[in-house]
Design a protein around this ligand. Structure first.
Ligand code: MIG
Length: 713
């Protein structure tokens, strides 16, 4: 059951498809504080901080609550809080404050309150179990027991939102109801489940040919290579640098013939440059955000001076979406949308202030206070939330300041792209994922988790982020595997790759000094065996992904979602269920040669080294130390479940999905039934009955009326 409460006059986000009528009575579960009502200040954070590094705090902390709309809920000490999507820390979100304020922030440390997205949905599970979705485009903070260990406190910068309270049997049921409310999750083409290579370094046609050739020579399957900003002419979105890519169409076609898709980046900031058609048209047709004086707002990003399309206007979204046709026409069928928080390196206004400050400081003596003040002034030039107050959107003819709708910007930009693909390519799914997002965008796009680091803690973070992101609807997701920033090493890469076998988006991306394409490591064969496992599992992974989307379910689940009564399982944060049949327990510790694994039920362990070199073992429920050398990875098959596998090929396009083998763990069951989803990889007619295949496994073997299947040991 879902109840909606309305506060103030929220700006429409389009997150929810059909809104239930708003309830007028007392709000359930939460105590509501309205702006102006007195509050007790439990924590005083007004003290001056002497550490100049302390710049980014929670803008809505307990020291300024009186004027805010906020909601409180008292938790039981045993309650677990799930959700909030892309954020730092663990699966259980207690004890920290998460702020939905989409930010381009490249250091995802434990004290970071905001990342790139705004995922305002969480679940309390325990004494009482319910879900809450705060539908607002504005900035909102979720204090999950940081100020008061027992108290959830949700505060909004502006007192306008729809609160959806979701009552259900258990977290799984609540997720399903919530996802039905916000609509079916985006399903990319099948090739987007293959292994993908990226690096902010490929600059010419030859660079791309070279990567393709190297992967083919090393025998490592590969489905896509990413084009970072250097393919463009002077960083202008929707252009191609014809000096470095004289035969772009030929390159695209040639690689696609080999099963490799080129996936270009699209940046949000649109370069101010005469004769750049997007700029000229945008100005002429009045499509850009405005400054206070009503002129096109200018910000500095990669291309230099840029404008931002006003994506709050549906006609502008259509116009922006149509720009993608330029690349679709060149044979492109996948995109990643970057810098759409929107990221702002600087604004002229703030730059002028900074220069003025320097001029002023030059006149006097520089003491340490003024020195640090100067440093902070310059480091505060980029992505300064104060800049969100410098520009405006037009919504239904009214001028609206950006900060009121900030969290919707990247989401609406990617939505513009996703909706355009439905028009421009109605028969064939196009790959799209975005850095910034808000719930609602999940219907047309996936996300990646942005600029992580080659840190072990970020491998762990990725494990914890996946289920929370998926609860919020973004089923197609993944981290930059291996780490985007700082240098990776072979051990970290190997363990990360082993985990990434299971993430829907499996993309190696980096901007470090050390190259991290898989063939650059000493044990290339180990890397190849891991990627081959991904391809072998594709029938299962793809099937589980699509079925999760169709059923508003999760593909990655915390153990607690299936084993709610098991106190141990409820607290596990480094193992995940992947679809209906598998559990994973990735090695995420440096120099480990195994790990403790908790089995909530008896499972069949597979210890994999290579396609023709693995062993299996039936393990009882409980704790196990499981060894896993660097070239080994383990995964677990749940009792009464089956996993269809295929023979890997250099790309998904070259694979045979009609002749499958089946791994199974019968447990006590005499007969196991697995429903396999499979299609041509592109169809938009997902629901068609011919895409569903029933596989039956008994002691005498595996059977399927529509695919050839064979049971293996
Ligand atoms: O300011 O395009 O997160 O994946 O390689 C950095 C260059 C801009 C940030 C993205 C990253 C990408 C990088 N971009």
């Amino acid at each position: 059951m879902i109840v909606r409460y309305r506060f103030g006059q929220p700006i429409e986000t389009d997150a929810v498809l059909t809104k239930p009528a708003a309830e007028t009575g007392e709000v359930r579960r939460f105590t509501v504080h309205r702006p102006g009502e007195p509050v007790e200040h439990e924590h005083d954070r007004s003290t001056e901080v002497s550490n100049p590094g302390e710049v980014e705090g929670n803008p809505l902390d307990a020291s300024n609550l009186t004027d805010l709309l906020f909601f409180t809920y008292t938790m039981d000490p045993d309650d677990i809080v799930y959700g909030l999507g892309e954020q730092v820390r663990g699966i259980n979100k207690r004890n920290f404050t998460y702020v939905s304020r989409c930010m381009d922030n490249a250091r995802h440390t434990e004290d970071r309150h905001s990342l790139y997205s705004a995922h305002n949905f969480f679940i309390v599970s325990g004494r009482e179990t319910f879900g809450a979705f705060f539908d607002t485009a504005g900035i909102i903070s979720f204090d999950m027991g940081e100020t008061d260990i027992d108290r959830i406190q949700v505060a909004l910068e502006y007192p306008d939102c729809d609160l959806y309270l979701i009552e259900g049997e258990d977290p799984t049921d609540i997720v399903r109801q919530f996802r039905a409310l916000v609509g079916r999750s985006y399903i990319p083409p099948k090739w987007a489940f293959g292994y993908q290579q990226s690096r902010w370094a490929y600059k010419t046609e030859d660079d791309f040919r070279d990567i393709a050739r190297r992967y083919r020579e090393a025998g490592i399957p590969l489905d896509a290579i990413y084009m970072d900003i250097d393919y463009m002419e002077r960083y202008k979105s929707f252009t191609v640098d014809r000096e470095r890519f004289p035969h772009f169409e030929k390159l695209t076609a040639e690689l696609k013939g080999d099963g490799i898709h080129l996936v270009p980046i699209i940046d949000a900031g649109l370069k101010v440059e005469p004769d750049y058609d997007v700029y000229e048209e945008g100005v002429a047709e009045n499509r850009f955000c405005k400054n206070a004086a009503g002129e096109d707002f200018t910000l500095g990003v990669w291309p230099g001076h840029c404008h931002l399309v006003d994506v709050m206007d549906p006609d502008n979204r259509r116009w922006f979406g149509d720009q993608y046709k330029k690349l679709l026409d060149l044979g492109i069928d996948g995109f990643w949308n970057d810098m759409n928080e929107p990221s702002i390196f600087y604004t002229e206004e703030r730059l002028a202030e900074a220069y003025a400050k320097v001029d002023e400081l030059r006149q006097g003596e520089l003491d340490l206070n003024t020195f640090f003040d100067m440093v902070a002034t310059f480091s505060g030039l980029s992505n300064n939330p104060a800049d969100y107050e410098l520009f405006y959107h037009t919504i239904d003819g009214k001028r609206v300041r950006h900060d009121r709708v900030h969290n919707l910007y990247g989401s609406n930009l990617s939505r513009a792209a996703g909706e355009a693909f439905c028009r421009l390519s109605p028969e064939k799914r196009i790959l799209l994922f975005s850095r910034s997002s808000m719930i609602g965008m999940h219907r047309v796009s996936g996300i990646w988790t942005g600029d992580n680091m080659a840190w072990w803690s970020h491998l762990r973070l990725a494990v914890c982020q996946m289920p929370g992101i998926q609860m919020c609807g973004f089923l197609y997701c993944g981290p930059d595997l291996g780490g985007f920033g700082s240098d990776t090493n072979e051990e970290l890469m190997t363990r990360w790759l082993q985990f990434s076998v299971f993430t829907p988006l499996m993309r190696n991306h980096s901007a470090s000094r050390r190259a991290q394409e898989l063939d650059t490591f000493k044990h290339v064969d180990t890397m190849r065996h891991i990627v081959e496992l991904r391809y072998a599992l594709l029938p299962y992974l793809y099937s589980e992904f699509v079925k999760a989307s169709l059923a508003d379910d999760l593909y990655f689940k915390p153990l607690a979602f299936e084993f709610a009564g098991d106190e141990r399982a409820r607290r596990v944060e480094d193992q995940l269920l992947v679809g209906e049949s598998l559990m994973i327990a990735p090695v995420i510790e440096e120099n480990a040669r195994g790990r403790m694994v908790y089995l909530p039920e008896p499972m069949r362990m597979v210890r994999y080294r290579a396609l023709d070199d693995y062993d299996t073992e039936n393990l009882a429920a409980g704790d196990h130390y499981v060894s896993a050398d660097l070239n080994e990875m383990v995964f677990f098959i749940r009792p009464g479940h089956a996993v269809p596998v295929a023979k890997p090929a250099p790309s998904t396009q070259a694979m045979d999905f009609d002749h499958l083998r089946v791994l199974a763990n019968p447990g006590d069951a005499e007969r196991i039934t697995y429903t396999l989803y499979d299609d041509d990889g592109y169809t938009t007619d997902i629901d068609a009955p011919e895409h569903f295949h029933t596989i039956e496994v008994t002691a005498s073997g595996a059977r399927c009326a529509t695919k050839q299947v064979e049971l293996i040991g």
